[in-house]
Every structure is written in structure tokens, then in C-alpha cells.
Ligand binder design. Structure first.
Ligand SMILES: [Zn+2]
Length: 298
């Protein structure tokens, strides 16, 4: 089975006609570098169940292709789970759990939980900091919307700092977001540490909170005017509109996951043909997780 390369839902359903097709695809990814028994570390096995499970030749532990991945114990059907991953990877904005539940005839709670597992796989590895020209700024989300731009200390609003990489033609290359509690240097530094290279050329507005970060980063502070921050403001506007249209409410503890989801898709907008395959690979390589871990994770 070839790596899946398409944005077409027809190609998707032609490729994954049954649950077995999906389990076979997971097996191919999971054991692409060979087999190693989880119980005894033996590397010899027999292929079982139409090529999607492995039977250890030494201790006879049988491992399915979903075991210990984010597809672990998916009870509503692996093909439906694949469909959710496909919809979430190819969507322009996002899809809501109630929409997925209706379309796949599963409960909203089941869809909600699995979609959070997909979001865990969308989390950045933080291994590839942005270099080049980066715009950094903050915005607020939630509470009563107002027209005031910039920093708001309204405690009901969720505060977010954004880093947006701009290319030579002033197009957006990558974007990352971090939830912050306030606008102090310590909070703002979170996005620098996770996502910005020390040699990046960073532009911020004149907020004093960025000044202490100048000792470690190349920061130019300019007067906040619309044209210099246009690309960043456009991304923030799209993000807020997307969140408003799909999620009528959002618990505080989950906003980070939605921000990860938005970044993941945005940063791969030039690779839409392979985004589904990339996400399935990430889900196979991520450890399985429980409901409790989903609730407390960020
Ligand atoms: Zn074994």
C-alpha cells in the first residue's frame, strides 16, 4: 500500500474501503523499521490476522497495529476514526465534534474525545525554531468582543502570544501560538523559547515586556502600525473567526490544543496532499492516552 497522497474524499474512501484496509496501513507504518516485542524485546515474529497484527515468536504476545498508539482501543470503528483524521487534516478551518458525530453516527462525546487525541498528535515537536523574519505580538480571545486592539487586561479574556514567520514576499510561512497568563517578559518568553531561533530577526511593537528579551534575541521594536504587522493581524483575525465559527464555547484547559491544531494545519498548507499521511504517522508514533490524560494535557 502506497503512502496516501490526496485531498480528495473520493480517493480517501477508495483507498480505505474497510476497517482492515486501515489496520493494514497502521501496521505498515508501525513496523516499517522492523518488529520488537513490547514484552520480551524479541525481534522475530509471525504476521497474523491478514497482516495487521504481530505474534512474537518467543513469548507469543500478540500485538495489534493499534496497540499503544493514539488509535488504542478505538471502539467505534477504525475506518470512522480515519475519516475524522482525514476531515481534521484537510479542513480549511476545523470541524466540530457535533458535526463529526452526526456524519459518522457516533456520540458527540466519542467524537470529542477522539478529536482531542488527534490534536495531541498535532502538537509541535518544538524541534524546528523559526529563523529569518518573525513578527511577534499578542491578542485576546473570548469574553465580550470589543474593537480595541492590543493588550487587554480583562480577566475574562484569554491571552495569547503569536509568532509569525514572514518570507521575502511577505507571505506567511509558519505561525505558532502560546497561551499566556499576562504580558510579562516571563510569559512572553514562552513562545521565544519554544519556537524562535536566537538568530531570527524579530519585530515587535514597543511594549516594555519585550525589552528584557533583547539580551538573548535580535528584537527590533517599532511603533505598532497596521501595515508592518499586517500579515500577523490577518492570521490572528482568521484564527479568531475560525474558533468562533466552530466552537461556541471553549474550556480554558483546551484552548492550547485548538491553537496547536490551527498551527499544525497552517504550517502545512503547502503540503495538503501529504498532511493526512503525516498525521496518521504521528498518531502511530504517539503513545496511547487515557480520557484523564486528555483532560489534563496541554
Ligand atoms: Zn515477546
Amino acid at each position: 500500500m502506497e503512502n496516501f497522497k490526496s485531498e480528495s474524499i473520493i480517493d480517501f474512501f477508495d483507498t480505505y474501503k474497510t476497517d482492515k484496509d486501515c489496520l493494514f496501513y497502521l501496521a505498515k507504518i508501525k513496523w516499517q523499521d522492523g518488529f520488537k516485542c513490547k514484552k520480551c524485546n524479541n525481534t522475530k515474529c509471525t504476521i497474523r490476522k491478514f497482516n495487521y497484527a504481530r505474534d512474537c515468536n518467543l513469548c507469543h504476545h500478540i500485538e495489534s497495529s493499534t496497540a499503544n498508539t493514539l488509535f488504542h482501543k478505538v471502539k467505534f470503528g477504525i475506518r470512522k476514526a480515519f475519516t475524522i483524521v482525514f476531515e481534521m487534516s484537510c479542513a480549511t478551518k476545523s470541524v466540530s465534534s457535533s458535526q463529526m458525530a452526526r456524519r459518522l453516527d457516533i456520540s458527540r462525546q466519542t467524537a470529542w474525545l477522539f478529536m482531542h487525541k488527534v490534536r495531541l498528535a498535532m502538537k509541535s515537536s518544538d524541534l524546528y525554531p523559526i529563523t529569518g523574519h518573525v513578527l511577534v505580538g499578542e491578542f485576546v480571545y473570548g469574553g465580550k468582543e470589543d474593537l480595541k486592539q492590543g493588550r487587554s487586561n480583562n480577566s475574562k479574556k484569554k491571552k495569547v502570544v503569536a509568532a509569525v514567520k514572514i518570507d521575502k514576499k511577505r507571505g506567511v510561512k509558519r505561525a505558532y501560538f502560546k497561551r499566556i497568563d499576562n504580558y510579562s517578559s516571563k510569559e512572553l518568553s514562552k513562545i521565544f523559547v519554544s519556537h524562535i531561533s536566537n538568530d531570527a530577526k524579530i519585530t515587535t511593537d514597543k511594549w516594555k515586556g519585550y525589552q528584557p528579551l533583547k539580551k538573548d534575541y535580535n528584537i527590533t521594536q517599532i511603533k505598532s502600525n497596521v501595515s508592518d504587522f499586517f500579515e500577523m493581524n490577518t492570521i490572528i483575525h482568521q484564527l479568531k473567526a475560525g474558533l468562533r465559527s466552530v466552537y461556541s464555547w471553549m474550556h480554558e484547559e483546551h484552548i492550547k490544543k485548538y491553537l496547536n491544531e490551527y498551527s499544525y494545519r497552517l504550517n502545512r498548507s503547502k503540503h495538503k496532499q501529504t498532511i493526512f499521511d503525516n498525521l496518521i504517522n504521528r498518531m502511530v508514533k504517539s503513545k496511547s492516552t487515557s480520557y484523564k490524560e486528555i483532560i489534563i494535557s496541554s
